[in-house]
Ligand binder design. Sequence first.
Ligand code: K2U
Ligand code: ZN
Length: 172
Amino acid sequence: MAIRPILTAPDPRLKAVSTDVEVVDSAIRTLIEDMADSMYAADGIGLAAVQIGVAKRVLVIDLDQKEGKKNPGAYINPKIVWASDELAVFEEGCLSVPEIWDYVERPARIKCEYLDSDGKAQVLEADGMLATCLQHEIDHLNGVLFIDHLSRLKRSMAVKKLTKLKNPSEPA
Ligand code: K2U
Ligand code: ZN
């Protein structure tokens, strides 16, 4: 059980391209536990390992948290092998991009291959919020934040706000 600090943008570590997990061992399972603890502590519904400074291709997601019924899904080396032409728009936020919310368009349905926390190969067909969240988290593994999908103007305004949040005493 360890709640670890979540990196916030701007931070070059969030731009890292995370590397594959070679062996799903107890160290990876401890990382998954720490990620879940950190996600729940921040009231998030998803978290990528890079957000706690570990550039390995690991995600946790828990869309339907009910008090006491925490059941995080762990996705190791996730890979989108199919995506629909149909698109869906959701308002997104991010634990690493505080106080910014905006609409992002992504494929509405995806097929994702991954390893579970036992190292077993799994295939998942997702739509709705799960599809959006998986794509958002896999973006993190490639060093991409949801604001990178916004217009140039909106992204620059977001970066300016995030920089001010991080360095309040610095002149605008
Ligand atoms: O990457 C993250 O920080 C996890 C996201 C998951 C998510 C992103 C986009 C669309 C759906 C889910 C956050 O949990 S979003 C919710 C949030 C954001 C900021 C603060 C608290 C909760
Ligand atoms: Zn995020």
